[in-house]
Design a binder for this molecule. Structure first.
Ligand SMILES: [Zn+2]
Ligand SMILES: [Zn+2]
Length: 254
């Protein structure tokens, strides 16, 4: 088995977990102290075809993941037809939905009251678009540091489970492919040695590809795909564009 960020290797990783006897659970159905629970979380920073490919692989193996979407993304629109269709498909296939939160959003607010109101609004809006939320996570959590304002125990109202609460991080094994790097080596190498201990595994679907390519090429493909989408959007909406001498290259590259 060769380690890579490919769909094939992702399938192998899932199979290893299944062969060891793991089952996937959501944050809200996780039972403390029970072994063989895998919390399989996806933070959706960038959105491409990769997410539906990985989640389909999970479904085929009998696994469900928890998919945390940003409500405030600059690069995908939670209310667009394409993203709505994806969310419906995830839900139909038994996957869970949650909220990915960029903590820098809250830097605008000066008082704790304002911050809590804004957080409540965000959860309410997410409930409309995503349905009942299993949990939430932070984008680039290092930004939060020791600031505990955004953790569930500090709200005077009920909020979903937080992926960064101690029970899901300090009290259990936590592994992540953040930055497309495994801090402890590829997770496949560790599965046998876990001896059934429960864990949280964070996978960013955007890092995984059909072929083995490097991180820079992965990002280049992402940018090129979006460029094609924007060009398609402009061509569909501006009838003069095809006949005109306007070069799209001038729009984007100068
Ligand atoms: Zn591996
Ligand atoms: Zn993120």
């Amino acid at each position: 088995m060769k380690c890579s960020f490919t769909y094939d290797h992702y399938r192998e990783i899932l199979q290893l977990f299944r062969n060891e006897g793991y089952k996937t659970v959501s944050f809200s159905s996780f039972k403390p102290k029970e072994p063989y629970q895998l919390i399989l979380r996806h933070d959706i920073d960038f959105l491409g075809i990769n997410l539906s490919i990985l989640t389909d692989l999970e479904m085929k193996i009998g696994f469900q993941s928890i998919n945390h979407f940003l409500m405030t993304s600059e690069v995908y629109n939670i209310n667009s037809l394409a993203v709505k269709s994806l969310i419906n498909r995830l839900r139909k296939n038994g996957h869970h939905l949650g909220l990915h939160i960029d903590p820098t959003l809250f830097s605008l607010y000066s008082s704790k009251q304002e911050l809590q109101n804004e957080f409540k609004n965000l959860i309410n809006i997410a409930n409309i678009y995503l349905g009942p939320l299993d949990s939430y996570s932070f984008h680039r959590p290092a930004i939060i540091g020791t600031n505990k304002d955004l953790f569930p125990e500090n709200f005077p109202f009920q909020v979903p489970k937080c992926a960064y609460s101690d029970e899901f991080t300090k009290s259990m094994i936590y592994r992540s492919d953040s930055r497309r790097e495994w801090q402890n080596g590829c997770i496949c190498q560790e599965i046998k040695d876990l001896d059934g201990r429960s864990l949280q595994l964070l996978i960013h679907a955007n890092w995984w590809d059909l072929e083995e390519i490097n991180r820079e090429q992965n990002l280049k493909n992402y940018v090129n795909t979006h460029l094609r989408l924007i060009k398609g959007y402009l061509a569909n909406n501006l009838s003069f564009l095809l006949e005109s001498k306007i070069s799209l290259k001038d729009f984007f590259i100068g």
